[in-house]
Design a protein around this ligand. Sequence first.
Ligand code: CAA
Length: 285
Amino acid sequence: MEVKVFGVVGAGQMGNGIAQVAAASGLDVIMNDIAEEFVQKGLGAIDANLERGVSKGRLSAEDKSAVLARIRASTDINDMAGVDFVVEAATEREELKFTIFRNLDAVCPPEAILATNTSSIPIGRIAAQTGRPEKVIGMHFMNPVPVMKLVEVIRGLATSDATFDLTWSLSEHFGKTPAQANDYPGFIANRILMPMINEAVYCLYHGVGTAEDIDTVMKLGMNHPMGPLALADLIGLDTCLAIMETLNDGFRDSKYRPCPLLRKYVEAGWLGRKSGRGFYRYDRK
Ligand code: CAA
């Protein structure tokens, strides 16, 4: 099966990044979200990213226009009727993803593959919402999508070899390096990353160090490109909390207990960069 039309559900920071790399690789893309405002914001982010490439001489103005022209904006899930492959990149809430997958299963052609960019919800649980669990797979991109090389490809219990092989080669077609993970809470990336971030929040909570000192230790002491608290702000503290809850529920092991300070920040609406405040303050755009 060849992929020509690629759908993305969700035009947020992950969804618009995925739409950008897919369109840059030559595919026709339909980027869907529930409101025009969200889709336009996503298109604006893609435009700004591509423009940065143009100003740095990596991309011609014609190529930028061609990439943008390959992305169709949509606010109607029925537009996914013509896709060969779709990635869901909505908010990390199980019920929301279930609804989207039930809708996609009803709308998309029977041979289409339904992938999820979930960072931690079990693929098998999402696949069970559809009548085609063998065509459901995890395709987990990293943030910022245009920059990060990895795609974690997660096999559910029922995922077929054909679905896996196509997702793997599509990741390579996007210029990414895929890695295979099996379907356990957090897969590989977040099973390792989130407890580290959560522990950094505990360090702040216990007063072991300031946010700046915690991040400096990890940046300069361990050569991480950014500190764990700045990274949490980039990912979104609500997403970090949701992933810790998934690990905690999935393993029932107290080592995955979300830090109360992380929960407190999320409850206060301090979600990181996207809300203008997290462990650090950001200028609102
Ligand atoms: N979108 C597109 N491009 C971006 C970008 C964005 N949001 N942010 C930065 N870039 C580009 C810049 O344009 C720049 O490109 P050039 O070098 O070609 O000019 C390049 O990335 C480097 O950016 P900067 O010089 O501004 O800053 P930097 O060197 O500190 O890099 C970073 C920024 C790439 C974000 C780097 O700090 C980094 O790699 N951080 C760690 C990111 C990470 O761990 N991501 C995974 C998060 S976990 C996840 O996503 C999964 C999950 O489920 C939670």
